[in-house]
Design a protein around this ligand. Structure first.
Ligand code: OGA
Ligand code: ZN
Ligand code: ZN
Length: 527
């Protein structure tokens, strides 16, 4: 492996994909003296020597071995180090009124598994999600929160009822409309998730509104954004037993100026008299945009329906309703950390299942090729990685022949003249876990062979004899019309690239990374 250099004073290690300073490397030594088997650090970071430097470093067998001036030797897995240098994939997608609503069926989500994962992934990516067709039993809302995390109890209780009452302490408990707002900005910390479940709905009005406040903030002019990020507001709630107060700006940003959270609630904000006039102009401009039809969505919850919002990003509200006494919602709070943890564990489980299948069934011969399916898959993914392909295409390369592991036909079906349609089998299974950037090139990888046979006169010569046998079972080279149809697919280009990796991945005895090497790519690509 190419290892570029250590700086003259030993303070920095440079590798082709980044640079790491000596103290960071020492701090992250993975040896059993420095890390417990639980993964927690044993080394006391504070005790690292002030003038620590690297005495030497060399590449060895997929690792980088570093010796420090304190005498300690560390061995870093190159893939691990490479992953530390990479930007983590950001899964947030900002939306406006044109969004397709992320809706799942209550029963499917409650059963756990993929529907739950899809639903949680929508909350993570879009900041909200809807459930339909649930029970109208009181308490359902906390059961839903418990599917992924922990209920955050507050002075309103473990859950609270939203309906009109006499002498309400909160406008939510009237039939009045509520503009877009974050709940409980007067709480410290503000709950990061809110769920609302419909037990009974009103005949007239009472629709819910949602708006992606991050999307709206992105369109603010820079001066307004800066004003809203600069001046704190005091939020306040009081009733007979409660006095809650917290101070924060409408837009909270991190040290890089990136938006982290929105607190917007005109009912409980107490703007200080010292707030300048320009702040008010910005505040009103933001508030007007939050209700603009190009940003806001509106839907009516039927009894049994529920929605969840990221309370620091997606603002919720409702239209007013008339038949007071009929409409009844129950709400509760929860937090994002629990949701993200559950989502990550569900994603990890999906990848574990795939790797287990490769281990249990991937050692078999691969249709007369000199490699097993597992080897062929690893070689394909390795070729994609070396080609600098996106993680989704690396994942597609690893998984493109997964259909051979899970279809029910005998291994020599091709010799018996049967096309296993393994690309469709793989697509049907993998679409439960991966998006179109992964599964469409897989579905098209046989089509790509028929396409290449039609457009590249030398391509057939490169195919193995097993691949030529299956080509005719699969329908042979495309005709002109089929070529055009194939080229029209938005995934045609990736499918052709995948096909090239596939064809080259039949080398007996090639040394390959193992499946775990590709876990980060799958983790980044899984839904
Ligand atoms: C709330 C709220 C919305 C509704 O209780 O926080 O915003 O639909 N209610 O009643
Ligand atoms: Zn609310
Ligand atoms: Zn293949």
């Amino acid at each position: 492996m190419p290892l570029e250099s250590i700086s003259a004073d030993g303070s920095i290690l440079r590798v082709p994909w980044g640079s790491f300073h000596a103290v960071w490397l020492r701090d992250n030594c993975p040896c059993s003296e420095c890390r417990h088997e639980s993964g927690q650090r044993l080394l006391d970071s504070v005790a690292i020597e002030d003038d620590l430097a690297l005495a030497s470093a060399r590449a060895h067998d997929g690792s980088i071995v570093a010796v420090f001036t304190d005498g300690h030797e560390s061995r870093f897995d190159a893939d691990w180090l490479r992953a530390r240098g990479a930007e983590p994939r950001r899964r947030r997608t900002l939306w406006d009124a044109r969004i397709d609503l992320p809706i799942e069926r209550f029963d499917e989500v409650a059963a756990g598994g993929e529907a739950l994962r899809r639903w949680l992934a929508a909350v993570d990516e879009l900041g909200f999600a809807i459930l339909t067709g649930g029970p109208t039993e009181p308490g359902t809302v906390t059961r839903v929160a418990e599917l992924f995390g922990f209920v955050r109890e507050t002075n309103y209780g473990r859950l609270f009822d939203v309906r009109s009452v006499v002498n309400p302490a909160n406008l939510a408990f009237t039939g009045l409309s509520l503009g877009p707002h974050s709940d409980n900005p007067y709480r410290d910390p503000t709950p990061t998730l809110q769920l609302l479940h419909c037990l009974a709905s009103s005949a007239g009005g009472g629709e819910n509104t949602l708006v992606d406040a991050f999307r709206v903030a992105r369109d603010l002019d820079p001066e307004s954004f800066a004003l809203l990020a600069h001046y704190p507001l005091r939020f306040r709630y009081r009733d007979d037993e409660t006095e809650l107060e917290a101070e924060r700006p409408v837009l909270s940003v991190d040290v890089c100026g990136e938006l982290q959270g929105v607190h917007f609630n005109t009912r409980s904000a107490e703007p200080a008299p010292s707030l300048p006039r320009e702040w008010y102009d910005a505040y009103r401009a933001f508030g007007r945009a939050l209700v603009a039809p190009e940003y806001q969505i509106r839907f009516k919850l039927e009894p049994g329906d529920l929605f969840i919002v990221d309370n620091l990003r997606v603002l919720h509200g409702r239209t007013g309703y008339t038949d007071a006494g009929r409409r009844h919602l129950q709400g509760c709070y929860a937090d994002r950390d629990g949701l993200r943890s559950r989502l990550a564990v569900l994603r990890r489980g999906a990848i574990d299942e795939i790797f287990r299948t490769f281990r249990e069934r991937g050692a078999g011969a691969y249709l007369g090729e000199p490699v097993s399916i597992a080897e062929h898959s690893l070689q394909s993914a390795h070729a994609a990685e070396r080609d600098g392909a996106r993680v989704t295409l690396v994942a597609a390369a690893l998984l493109h022949d997964y259909g051979h592991l899970i279809h029910e036909l005998p291994e020599d079906s091709a010799e018996q003249g049967i096309d296993s349609r393994h690309e469709d089998v793989a697509h049907a299974f993998l679409a439960r876990h991966f998006g179109p950037e992964v599964v469409e090139p897989i579905r098209l990888h046989v089509a790509a062979k028929r396409y290449l046979c039609a457009v590249d006169p030398f391509y057939v010569d490169e195919l193995s004899s097993a691949s030529i046998l299956s080509l005719y079972l699969q329908g042979g080279p495309y005709n002109q019309r089929e070529v055009k149809e194939f080229e029209a697919s938005p995934h045609a280009e990736d499918a052709v690239r995948l096909r090239r990796y596939d064809d080259a991945a039949k080398v007996a005895g090639a040394v390959m990374p193992d499946f775990e090497h590709f876990r980060p790519a799958l983790e980044a690509a899984v839904r």
